[in-house]
Ligand binder design. Structure first.
Ligand code: AKG
Length: 278
């Protein structure tokens, strides 16, 4: 891996910031998710998409055929920390616009990068089972957030995520890693707790949904010939510490994304630059 510097790149067009309106922020605060349409323009996505897609194709070239994968593997091809491999990917992931939107939605003064992650649901890809992301994240804060931004228009028949509104207020609903058990158990949780579910529906390239680390979510299978290429970026509130619990599903996340930090220390390792404020 060519590890690029975590120094902030020279400001570019993708760093120009936008205001998130009060209604979107309050919806995010109560539901645990929100959509921000047009966060990146069609032209900006057109400029970054070839590089990002080619990089993901290289990083996932050894993936077995879908039929040979388990439920989680069938959901998407995954590639992580693209920013460490390519300068254009670094500019996209380090975007001040995206990081400020994340801070505004969480109503925190600053955010640090946890990691980026490409999630490409292939033609014939399976459903993404219900899960809570923060099960995997050894961070001592609930101020964690993912941006999910398609690089292609995603029509309704491909589908975007479904969220369980307000589920984030319940915190850890059961330590289930993503798979058949999380789908079954969280289906019961949603029903038993009477949690309303909602989706933001079809998205254009450059639209983005945001959700909190404890927000329950899932996504449908892809029955179409379209490659649903999506970039995600995960941040946490600046000042957060590495949690005392780095066991189970959190063990590898600690090693991979919070390198050179120990439980109890501030989560400010070399892979975790502060991306807002710049
Ligand atoms: O892309 C998907 O199908 C699911 C994405 C997801 O679970 C996430 O971004 O946390």
């Amino acid at each position: 891996m060519t590890r690029l510097s975590a120094d902030l790149p020279e400001p570019s067009g993708i760093d120009s910031t936008v205001e998130i309106d009060a209604r979107t922020i309050s919806g995010f605060q109560s539901n645990g998710h929100a959509v921000v349409r047009g966060l990146a323009s069609g032209d900006e996505i057109a400029a970054f998409r070839p590089t990002l897609e080619a990089l993901v194709a290289r990083m996932t070239s050894r993936a077995p055929p879908i039929a040979d994968r388990d439920t989680y593997g069938k959901a998407f091809l995954q590639a992580h920390n693209l920013w460490t491999r390519d300068e254009a990917a670094r500019r996209f992931v380090f975007s001040a616009r995206f990081a400020k939107a994340a801070a505004d939605l969480m109503q925190v003064s600053g955010v640090r990068l946890y990691h980026d992650q490409a999630l490409f649901k292939e033609p014939g890809g399976g459903h993404t089972p219900w899960h809570q992301d923060q099960t995997y994240w050894p961070l001592d804060t609930n101020d964690t957030i993912t941006m999910w931004m398609p690089l292609v228009d995603v029509p309704a028949d491909v589908g975007t995520m479904t969220f369980a509104n307000g589920s984030q207020t319940h915190g850890d609903l059961g330590r289930y890693i993503i798979g058949d058990e999380s789908e079954a158990r969280f289906n019961e949780v949603v029903t038993d707790m009477g949690l309303p579910t909602s989706t933001h529906g079809a998205l254009k390239a450059g639209d983005a949904t945001f959700h909190r680390g404890w927000t329950l979510h899932r996504a449908p299978p892809n029955p179409t010939p379209l490659l649903r290429s999506v970039m995600t970026i995960i941040w946490y509130a600046d000042g957060a510490r590495v949690s005392a619990d780095v066991s189970g599903a959190r063990f590898y996340d600690h090693k991979l994304w919070l390198a050179e930090t120990s439980p109890g220390e501030r989560a400010e390792g070399p892979l975790n630059p502060r991306l807002w404020p710049r």
